[in-house]
Design a protein. Structure first.
Length: 462
């Protein structure tokens, strides 16, 4: 690409991440499609900049620069060219006519790497290593990595299929989905153990776990959320799994794109990864009185940044999920919309998960936990009221996954919200056996129903 000629002028051989406030560029109006892509995936191609005064001027990528500013991205990848102001101005004028074929080739290389990374064939380290190679070398390297990983695993990663509304899943599909969740749990344990020892995140493995959970949600949406702690996981991994599943459920309910759903699931899975790096274990206390060290947010954000797999948004969720709507959170006291939307969602979901499945001691039933979150939002302004409304709409006020005993004696699972009245969600009958599988609305007053979510066990199938 045209940077090849620039090496004689002092082009750095590596990509740096610089604060976007250090950069300036000529005016440019990015398209809505570019803005949406940058907001979802970050900048996939580095900007080319030259020093100017106390900062840098953008030589190549001004529309991507303006899209990144509009998306609120704080740091962007750049390649620095050491030029005089006169050379920079001349190079900026020449650029539209320079090496169109080489530019197209470089874009094909980046597209190949991004698609391979998205499918889990390569990880962030592979992308950094291969992005400077020729197209033929990149294709050969990706194929070699794929063959070696295929030999080690009988389940090569692939992108999650699009959900098909109204499609009825077969029993083999449901069994495969259950197996996928078991595999996700096993991978999660192994991944956290590796992070604790090596101090590094395998981005491809994280996305593989989230993809397995997305498939489970698509195959069995009714049974995806389970509030009872029935998994042999340590408290940090258990919390990460629950917040990840809640994030996936809410993102799908909000009709986010598959990539946005994947990123939200990754953010939910890694929001407390700093606790793993610090080797933290909860002490003997009850509920939210067990306070994790706030230093874990910086430790986790550093691990996510070093993985070089996702944009700043996943890192932001890790950094700011303890911030609060009223500005009284930690560690930086951010207020309101100073915290981005996915992070405000993760803050509420994490607090809800800790009420139901706390670090230590007995948890609250999901309905009681919702009332606590509602009171924290309306009376104390701890959470975004808009996020609370979205939670009530997509989880309902009797949260999806709850097991309830009706006044008439039936036991049912909450499978979805009622769009007309979130307090009266849709139910699927579990007992008695004669009515099993039937759908109904919660007609009885919610306070007359007994919440069995944390103690009911589904009978074994004979």
């Amino acid at each position: 690409m045209w940077l090849g000629r620039g090496r004689k002028r002092g082009v750095e051989s590596r990509v740096r991440n610089l604060p976007i406030e250090c950069l300036c560029a000529w005016p440019g109006e990015p398209s809505e499609e570019l803005c949406a892509s940058v907001a979802a995936s970050g900048l996939l191609r580095p900007l080319v900049v030259a020093p100017q005064g106390q900062g840098y001027v953008v030589l190549d990528g001004r529309r991507r620069y303006h899209a990144a500013r509009r998306a609120g991205i704080e740091r962007v990848p750049v390649v620095i060219v050491r030029l005089t102001p006169e050379e920079a101005a001349a190079l900026r004028r020449w650029h539209p006519e320079l090496d169109a074929c080489e530019g197209a080739t470089s874009m094909r290389v980046l597209a190949l790497l991004e698609e391979a990374r998205r499918r889990g064939i390569i990880d962030g380290e592979d992308v950094s290593r291969l992005r400077t190679k020729a197209e033929d070398e990149v294709i050969a390297s990706i194929a070699e990595i794929w063959r070696s990983r295929k030999e080690r695993s009988a389940h090569p990663p692939s992108a999650p299929p699009e959900p098909n509304a109204g499609e009825r899943r077969s029993e083999p599909a449901r069994s495969a989905a259950n197996g996928g969740e078991r595999q996700a749990v096993e991978r999660l344990e192994g991944m956290f153990a590796s992070i604790a020892v090596r101090g590094r995140i395998n981005g491809a493995e994280v996305e593989r776990i989230v993809q397995l959970l997305v498939r489970r949600r698509q195959a069995e949406p009714d049974a995806f959320i389970e509030w009872r702690n029935g998994l042999p996981l340590d408290p940090v991994a258990r919390n990460a799994l629950l917040v990840c599943k809640m994030s996936i459920h809410m993102a799908l309910g909000l009709k986010w794109t598959p990539l946005q759903v994947l990123r939200m699931g990754v953010a939910g899975l890694l929001h407390n990864v700093g606790l793993v790096a610090l080797g933290w274990k909860p002490g003997r206390a009850e509920g939210l009185t067990v306070v994790e060290p706030i230093a874990h947010v910086d430790a986790g954000a550093r691990l996510i940044q070093e993985a070089r797999t996702w944009g700043f948004q996943v890192q932001s969720v890790c950094l700011d999920h303890h911030e609060r709507w009223n500005g009284k959170g930690e560690p930086r006291g951010k207020r309101g919309e100073d915290v981005d939307l996915p992070t405000r969602m993760a803050a509420l979901l994490d607090s809800f998960a800790l009420l139901v499945n706390p670090w230590a001691g007995e948890g609250r039933a999901p309905r009681e936990a919702y009332r606590c979150i509602e009171a924290m939002t309306l009376a104390e302004s701890l959470f975004d009221p808009g996020v609370l409304r979205a939670f009530a709409m997509h989880f309902s006020k009797f949260p999806v996954g709850s097991i309830v005993k009706l006044p008439s004696g039936e036991i049912a699972r909450v499978v979805g919200p009622n769009p007309i009245d979130p307090a009266r969600p849709r139910l699927r009958i579990l007992e008695p056996e004669a009515q099993r599988g039937g759908l109904a609305d919660l007609d009885a007053p919610e306070d007359s129903c007994e919440d069995l979510s944390l103690r009911w066990e589904e009978p074994a199938v004979s």
